[in-house]
Design a protein around this ligand. Sequence first.
Ligand SMILES: [Zn+2]
Length: 478
Amino acid sequence: MKSCDTLLRGTIITMDSERHAYLDGFVAIDKGLIVGVGSADDCDYDAKEMVGGDGHIVIPGLVNVHAHLVQGCIRGMAEGTTFEERLFGFYYPMTGACDEERSYISSMPPILDLVRRGVTTTADDHFTHVHKRSIDGVLRAVHDSGIRCRMARLILSDPENAPDGFRESLDEGLGETERVKTEWEDDFTTVTASTIGITYCTPDEFKEIWQWTVTHERQFDIHAPSVLDSRYLAERRGWDGGSFEWMDHEGLLGPNVIAAHAQTLRPSEAELIASRGASIALVPDMEQVLGLVDFDARKFLDNDVKCGIGLDGPVVAYGHDLWTALRGFLTAQRLGDQHRKEMSNKNEQWTGYETLFGSAELALELATIGGAKALQMDDRIGSLEVGKEADVVLIDRRGETHLSPPAALMPNLILGNGPSHDAISRVLVRGRTVVENGEHVSIDRRDAVRQSDALHETLLDEVDARKFVRMRSPFTWV
Ligand SMILES: [Zn+2]
């Protein structure tokens, strides 16, 4: 028998290239790395610690490919407000008022949401730099949670799209990115430069930021198309094509680009994205909340575009639960497919021989190896394979009424919104336990809620945003 630090037993969903799923299997971990995976019968490992067993499921740690974690203190406030009201009424003012300490407090609840549900890697896009060390607060909170982070520091300079105090010169923005990179990068954290979308700085600045990412071999992370893109491109750049077409025309659409949302594209843009090797951060849960009727990820998946699933900012992404987004991915796609069919005037009769697009397995694939590929981290994480770093989630399904019977494990797990909190017995990042029986091992979530609630109250008064609280609620709050 060989020895290792930790041995996990149960049904092993590997996400390796052949998608092996061992009904009775094992994962052996030593010094943070996976050293063995396979059927229980072939297990020749002895371990200091053995966990799992009958009734347990082992999956790779989940990957969230899109977030704005600093928005924790304004979570859910978008409901009942217009775009203008939320953006300039409380979104910019309240997050802009967050210094390092406040950003730490604000981002902790969504981070705990992520990690307690099995997310071991998150991307983040941070663009509120009124206090330059606000981003450090988010990074410190992620660091304390023990999960991985691909942080993008977004530079805003356009006076029409970014309020006073939020704009930076390119030199200042890139200089700060270098500082954050130097202070924070390690085995778990990477830092890159980007901007929100193509309307947030001049084309020359956009190119320079992109060039910085190429030079530093980092990702260029943008929202595309973002709301104002088509008007802005037409009015200010005399361009009547799409955002991706513009980027490609300028030579800025390449394999290091990851675009968030990427919905309502022009006809051939998905193929263009595929041919340039760019990645997509799908955000299906938020698209559904905002009522997007024609969500379409299939145009990417059919063209082998690297896609992951993300949650976006808490202001609109209610509850940072990636499992909800996995169900959302399937339901959004199926509703979108139906919508397109009805709009196509084909009048196809239902025959009873149709199957719906996708599967629970595909959804979980996007949240693990798919997300790892989209963030260019699949050489280290995203699957349970020998040599990879041990980012692992152990689920105890023995008391999970919604996960019975086990024959339909995957549909029940994904369409049933994932395991209960307390059924997540372990979350490991590089072999280190960060969550045990649904609770973070070192961060008190009641403290996190108390501090976030208090910060929210302080900020409402400080930036005069109380009028947006429960805006247009039909209840009589007394
Ligand atoms: Zn976003």
